[in-house]
Design a protein around this ligand. Structure first.
Ligand code: PMP
Length: 344
């Protein structure tokens, strides 16, 4: 029988695009208490719903797609990356789906949950001592050298513009469509800057196409990062520290270059943690540290702008990735942070 005369329904498995089709298209969730408190609409893009559990699945897919298009990555090839963990998870899952190997270099200070998950999904994991970027032993430099020595593809998420282009093509347009263009501000923290920069560019593209004003772009920065000072005054000195993972930066990455950032908020850990616990207990949302920083900044921006505005932020990953830290009384006590009542 001629099968072609009776095609399968659209979306049926005859030409399934595989797991990468599940990356992105995340819901935009109204944060009820933050919205009610400020009289604004505060909305969180649920990036923890990606297959690898974080916003970094988007960057991983964009970087691998780009390396394939350039002919750098061939069947059986290897991708190497230095990461706080989430990019490593995304890259490894996409590599598994496409028939590549992954070598993941990560500072040993990152959460045990991310380490365990990377091992579980088959990454060749190399833990290294945490060192500043200027030190040759820093995980980013170790990963670059490993790629050079082995002839593997170096994902180079910090300076590889495929990272922000992935967000420009997906995260930005998704948010524009989900808000019907009614977005007054976007707040976002930065590790590589890919999410902030690419989403900002995508929103700007969409606004321009409709002859509308682009939303205000506000950096959400943890203590111990140089970017707040860079945006506010150009002074990139660093003070303080944060228990959040995957965010904070000591330099202007390639992905951040040339991006119009209107303002910045520096968020202390206790302010972010309060929101993380509150969203969990009152709205059923389990989010990680960087998401808490992002929501805190959205609330500050809402207060500055006044009622009636719509502010969008990123819920970068989920709380279960940090059970042993953010939700662990002994860890919190060790860091002199308050232990929430229900965990005490
Ligand atoms: N939040 C978390 C949990 C992350 O792992 C990362 C990536 N390191 C970010 C935020 C920052 O994203 P980006 O690299 O796009 O700036």
């Amino acid at each position: 029988m001629d099968q072609s005369a009776n095609p399968a329904p659209i979306g049926w498995a005859t030409s399934s695009p595989g797991m990468t089709a599940a990356i992105g298209h995340t819901p935009l969730i109204r944060l009820r208490r933050a919205s009610d408190l400020t009289g604004c609409e505060i909305l969180g893009k649920a990036e923890f719903m990606n297959p690898g559990g974080s916003v970094k699945d988007r960057a991983a897919l964009a970087i691998i797609d780009d390396a394939e298009r350039r002919g750098l990555l061939k069947p059986g090839g290897t991708v190497v990356e230095g990461t706080a963990g989430n990019t490593g998870i995304g890259l490894t899952l996409v590599a598994n789906a496409r028939g590549y190997r992954s070598v993941i270099v990560m500072p040993e200070t990152q959460s045990q949950e991310k380490i365990d998950f990377l091992r579980m999904i088959g990454a060749d994991l190399r833990l290294v001592p945490a060192k500043p970027f200027r030190d040759p032993g820093n995980y980013v430099h170790v990963s670059r050298r490993l790629a050079e020595e082995t002839g593997a593809v170096w994902a180079n998420q910090f300076d590889n513009l495929a990272n922000r282009e992935g967000h420009r093509a997906t995260t930005g347009p998704e948010i524009w469509a989900q808000t019907a263009g009614r977005i007054d501000a976007f707040t976002c923290s930065c590790g590589t800057g890919g999410t902030l920069a690419g989403t900002a560019l995508g929103l700007e593209d969409a606004a321009r196409a409709e002859g509308r004003a682009r939303p205000r772009i506000v950096l959400a920065d943890p203590e111990g990062s140089a970017l707040y000072g860079w945006v506010k005054s150009g002074d990139m000195s660093i003070s303080g520290s944060s228990i959040t993972e995957g965010i904070g930066q000591s330099r202007v990455t390639g992905n951040l270059e040339g991006i119009a950032i209107d303002d910045a908020e520096r968020i202390p850990d206790p302010e972010a943690l309060d929101l993380i616990y509150d969203l969990l207990l009152h709205e059923g949302l389990s989010i990680g540290g960087s998401s808490g920083i992002n929501v805190a900044a959205a609330i500050r921006v809402a207060r500055q702008m006044g009622p009636g505005h719509t502010i969008v932020t990123i819920l970068s990953d989920g709380g279960s990735r940090y059970q042993s830290k953010l939700f662990n009384p002994s860890f919190l006590r060790e860091k002199n942070l308050p232990v929430p009542a229900w965990l005490a």
